[in-house]
Each structure stands twice: as C-alpha cells, then as structure tokens.
Design a protein around this ligand. Structure first.
Ligand code: NDP
Length: 323
C-alpha cells in the first residue's frame, strides 16, 4: 500500500494561520517582529532562499531588511554589520545566509550574532540550550521536521528513530529533538557500518545526507515513517533515468525542464513506508515557516526578558534585576 504523504505545505499553512493571530496580538501591544537577512555574494541558490524568506515576512506582516554585501567582504566588515544589527531594537532576528565566501570566518560571524536574535538556531548558546533541554531558538529545518511528525500524529515516545547525517544544522539538532521527545535515537554518518541494516531497524527514518535517492526501498521497514530532508537537483539524464525509471511523470518533468528535484530518499520508498514527506513540498516549506515562528518567538522572548530586567516602575509588573 502506498505511504501516507505528509505534506509540508498543509502544515506550513496551519503554522502561518497560528502565527498570523500571534502577530496580530503583538501588533495590539505595538510590537512588529522584524528579521534582518544578510546575503553575501551572488550565489543563485542563496539569492532565492533570501528572497523567499523576505517574501514570507512580507506575507505575514513582519518587518524585514535585506543586506546584500559583495563577495569580497572581510570578516571584520561583516562583524561590524552584525554588531549594528545586534544593537537595533527593531531587529528581532538576524539571519546570515550560508555559505559565506572562503575568506570570511563563518564560525566567528555566526557566534557574533546575539543568541537572543539567532533565529537560525546556529549559535553555540542555542545549541547548548537544546542539548540540555532548555528553551531557546532551535534550528529551523529540524524544528520543521518535528512539526511534521507531531502534527501528523506520528508516535515518537519509545519509537526507534534513525537519523542519517550529523551536521550541526540538521542531523545533530534533529537527533536531540527526537531524544527529547522520548524516541530511542541512533545517529548515522559516513563511517556507519551496515547503514541499510541500521536504517531497517527504524520506526522513524530521517535522511539528511545530501546524496540523491540514497535511501533505497529495501533499507526501509514496511510501515516506517520517513522524513526526507534532502533536496538534490538532478540535471544528468542518465541519473534521472536511473532514479525515476518507474516514475514517468517525474521523467517527463525532467525532459521538459532539464532538471528535477529528488530527496535523499529513493522515490520507490513511498511504496514501502507507512508515511513519507515528499520532495519538494515536504520539509522544505517548514524551514521558512519555522524561521518566521522563531522571529516571532525571539520578539516575544526578548521583550519579556527586557521587562524582567527593567528597573521597577519602568514596566508594569516588572521584576527588578538582582544586583
Ligand atoms: P552536510 O553535508 O552538512 O551533512 C551530511 C551528513 O551526511 C554528514 O553527517 C555526513 O557524514 C553524512 N553522509 C554523507 N555521505 C554519507 C554516506 N554515504 N553514508 C552515510 N552518511 C553520509 O549536509 P546538511 O546536513 O547541511 O544537509 C543534508 C541534506 O539536507 C542536504 O540534501 C541538504 O540539501 C538538505 N537540506 C534541506 C533543507 C530544507 O530546508 N529542506 C535545509 C538544510 C539542508 P559525515 O559527518 O561522516 O561526513
């Protein structure tokens, strides 16, 4: 029986509905959450991502600012901009689109972002909060994958979850989120022995590898839930023919456009799994939705924090900071 398709678009729309109400409530308090996006150089994929993020802000009525900087920028110049954005009160979220050019020290730049404005959840302080189960800003793609699982009613407690990929951006935070949701988590990577055998044990498989169609149908236990984080653009005809041999509609799309998207999971897995996210239209839409959600959350938390530490009398009900 074909798998249930876990549509990210439907869940994104649900989240946007909830955010719209929250943004309206903040507006009544005179607060308009705002996101500053920093784009360096002219990487076409980065340009598309930043444009989509700014468009989402506009759709939801959030403030947004785009900073487009030359590919020749130095680490110091970028740090100066981050410092300026850290200090601005109308900026609640700061997003530095990756990758940065080779001459820029990306780690230093990401660590310079105020953790309270780190809406990508990449700052070590936010990663540390995630490790210890404290509230903080969580990386958008794994947070989005969790929203799909939760809102689709997939049982997590006690489930065997296998995460393939251990990047700081996807694999590691995903594994931590699943662990906090009481799944039993195995993390796999390029040195894992018998990867198909390990994946076959999973009730929930998360593929975040960056290898087109790598997770084959016979790796997946019948009925398992599969979250395909990968986004790979296929432009080679032989590869398209191999992957989509049994999927004429996708092959037709390839022949028409000269390219087609595929996840890290082979399309044939949809015949075996119990539930699966499509590519495109699965985890992708949730990444931007969670960025919007993090921006609203950052706006709320930062003001709650400011009120908490304001001197008595400046904010009604405020608690004075201890010396
Ligand atoms: P990285 O390249 O940073 O990490 C890939 C991980 O996969 C590494 O841990 C690597 O292992 C592991 N890996 C690579 N090859 C193999 C292999 N043959 N067997 C087992 N493990 C392997 O990628 P990201 O985490 O940034 O992204 C992963 C995928 O998710 C990509 O396809 C990317 O496009 C997609 N993505 C999608 C997003 C979305 O919005 N939907 C957002 C972000 C990413 P090792 O550590 O040993 O090298």
């Amino acid at each position: 029986m074909p798998a249930r398709i876990l549509s990210g678009n439907a869940i994104r729309d649900q989240i946007y509905g909830e955010l719209t109400q929250e943004i309206a409530a903040l507006a009544r308090e005179g607060i308009r959450p705002g996101l500053a996006a920093v784009l360096v150089g002219e990487n076409p994929a980065s340009q598309i991502y930043v444009r989509s993020k700014i468009a989402a802000c506009e759709q939801l009525g959030l403030g947004s600012w785009q900073y487009t900087l030359p590919a020749t920028i130095s680490t110091q110049e970028l740090l100066a901009l981050i410092e300026e954005l850290n200090l601005r009160n109308d900026v609640d979220g700061i997003l530095v689109q990756l990758p940065l050019p080779a001459q820029v020290n990306a780690k230093r730049v990401l660590e310079a972002v105020d953790p309270a404005k780190d809406v990508d959840g990449f700052h070590p302080v936010n990663l540390g909060r995630l490790v210890s189960g404290r509230p903080g800003l969580v990386a958008c793609t794994p947070a989005g994958a969790m929203e799909i699982l939760r809102r689709s009613g997939i049982a997590l407690e006690g489930a065997n979850a296998v995460v393939v990929g251990r990047s700081d951006i996807v694999g590691k935070p995903m594994a931590l989120l699943l662990m906090h949701a009481n799944a039993t988590v195995t993390i796999c990577h390029s040195k894992t022995r018998d990867l198909p055998g390990v994946v076959r044990q999973a009730d929930i498989v998360v593929a975040a590898i960056g290898r087109a169609a790598m997770v084959e149908p016979d790796w997946v236990r019948p009925g398992a839930t599969v979250i395909d984080v990968g986004i790979n653009r296929i432009t080679d005809a032989a590869e398209a023919e191999r992957i989509f041999a049994k999927f004429p509609a996708k092959l037709a799309q390839f022949r028409e456009k000269g390219a087609v998207l595929v996840g890290d999971v082979h399309p044939g897995v949809a015949e075996i799994a119990g539930a699966i996210t499509p590519v495109p239209g699965g985890v992708g839409p949730l990444t931007i939705a969670m960025l919007m959600s993090n921006t609203v959350k950052a706006a709320r938390l930062r003001r709650a924090h400011a009120a908490l530490f304001a001197s008595p009398g400046t904010a009604p009900g405020a608690v004075a900071a201890k010396p």
